[in-house]
Ligand binder design. Structure first.
Ligand code: GRF
Length: 208
């Protein structure tokens, strides 16, 4: 059984996609053991509680220094014996001690085709505003491993979504979620649960 910890900051629709995929039996041998929010009262916590999943808040400003915040995150992950950390709309920088402790065991869902529209400052609606402004014809979503950088780790899965002439950032965000994020995040977790992922010189290979 792959023991998963999901980190959120907001609505938790990607968390919900994982929960639904597990409950439908599509995503097997995976259990979400804890949901950790960086924001008070994030709706994603409600989603977790509605499905009997432990939901906690670990909020950086509640800690007098980064070291104590890092320790609180690591303690919660260790306490639940987490194998895989999933960042699903998590807006806090992952402290380096957590990245080191969970090397190639933290994945993130980003709402663009990395390396486009990613890096510092590119999150939420801003990603889609920039895609529309640039006039790209294709955007999409990426699941990647988390390393020391921002959106720079090895890419696991990507899925493309076409832009429409009348797209707004909001309509594009929703379509990227529906047609890409909510599909490839459970798929990536499933591949990891089946131990089908190899990282070779920063490039991900999927074992048959
Ligand atoms: C999503 O667009 C996701 O790609 C990004 O955060 C947004 C909110 O996700 N990382 P969620 O609804 O909280 O899962």
């Amino acid at each position: 059984m792959l023991r998963v910890g999901v980190l959120i900051s907001g609505g938790g629709t990607n968390l919900q996609a994982l929960i639904d995929s597990i409950e439908k039996g599509e995503l097997q041998n995976v259990a979400i053991e804890v949901v950790i929010s960086s924001k008070k009262d994030a709706y994603g916590l409600e989603r977790a509680r509605n499905h009997g999943i432990k939901a906690v808040e670990i909020i950086k400003k509640d800690y007098s220094d980064l070291g104590l915040f890092e320790e609180a995150l690591l303690d919660e992950l260790d306490r639940n014996k987490i194998d895989l950390v999933v960042l699903a709309g998590y807006l806090q920088i992952i402290p380096s001690k957590v990245v080191e402790a969970y090397k190639n065991r933290i994945i993130n869902i980003h709402p663009s085709l990395i390396p486009a529209f990613c890096g510092n400052g590119f999150y939420g609606l801003k990603v889609h505003e920039e895609a529309i402004k640039r006039g790209v014809k294709i955007t999409g979503a990426t699941v990647h491993f988390v390393d020391e950088g921002t959106d720079t780790g090895p890419i696991i899965i990507q899925k493309a979504v076409e832009l429409k002439d009348d797209d707004t950032p909001e309509s594009l965000q929703l379509r990227v979620m529906e047609e890409a994020e909510w599909l490839i995040l459970p798929e990536a977790v499933g591949l990891i649960a089946k131990d089908r992922i190899i990282v070779d010189n920063n490039v991900v290979r999927i074992k048959e």
